[in-house]
Design a protein around this ligand. Structure first.
Ligand SMILES: [Fe+2]
Length: 146
């Protein structure tokens, strides 16, 4: 099953930060499973969509925590997270009201997320790596030391 999950995160979308990559993968898996659910069932699994939003919020909080721990300036990136969480929540409300098609919602979320990874998360991970290499901050996942 892991193999199937991995195939959802192409190499071009890896950021090279294990915790972040794992969460990205989990989000893509969740989007795929929602697509399948919406094709297979007439009833919209709205609670599952709320779970997806919660997963996004949790993921954004993870990136913000990693940036804070590394002492990295993250305000613009965090603003992007907040703004997009609002847009996604609004789009989901439109799905609930029946004015937006659920498949269009999922396509939008997936497109936005892929673009965010390339435009914001990959540069973020590169900054983390260069901080770690210059010895200006501990590597973000340097666990293990007592
Ligand atoms: Fe991000």
């Amino acid at each position: 099953m892991d193999r199937m999950i991995s195939s959802l995160l192409p190499e071009a979308l890896l950021v090279g930060q294990p915790e972040v990559d794992a969460q990205h993968e989990e989000i893509f898996v969740r989007i795929e499973s929602l697509k399948a659910l919406c094709v297979d069932s007439d009833a919209l699994p709205l609670a599952r969509f709320d779970d997806l939003l919660a997963l996004f919020a949790e993921h954004f909080a993870t990136e913000e925590r990693i940036a804070r721990a590394a002492g990295l300036e993250f305000s613009q990136h965090a603003r992007t997270h907040r703004a997009n969480l609002q847009v996604i929540a609004r789009a989901l409300a439109e799905v609930r009201q029946g004015v937006r098609d659920v498949h269009s919602f999922l396509r939008y979320v997936e497109f936005w997320f892929e673009r965010h990874i390339v435009q914001d998360d990959q540069p973020f991970a590169a900054s983390l790596r260069s901080l770690a290499m210059n010895g200006e901050a501990p590597p973000p996942e340097a666990g293990g030391a007592g």
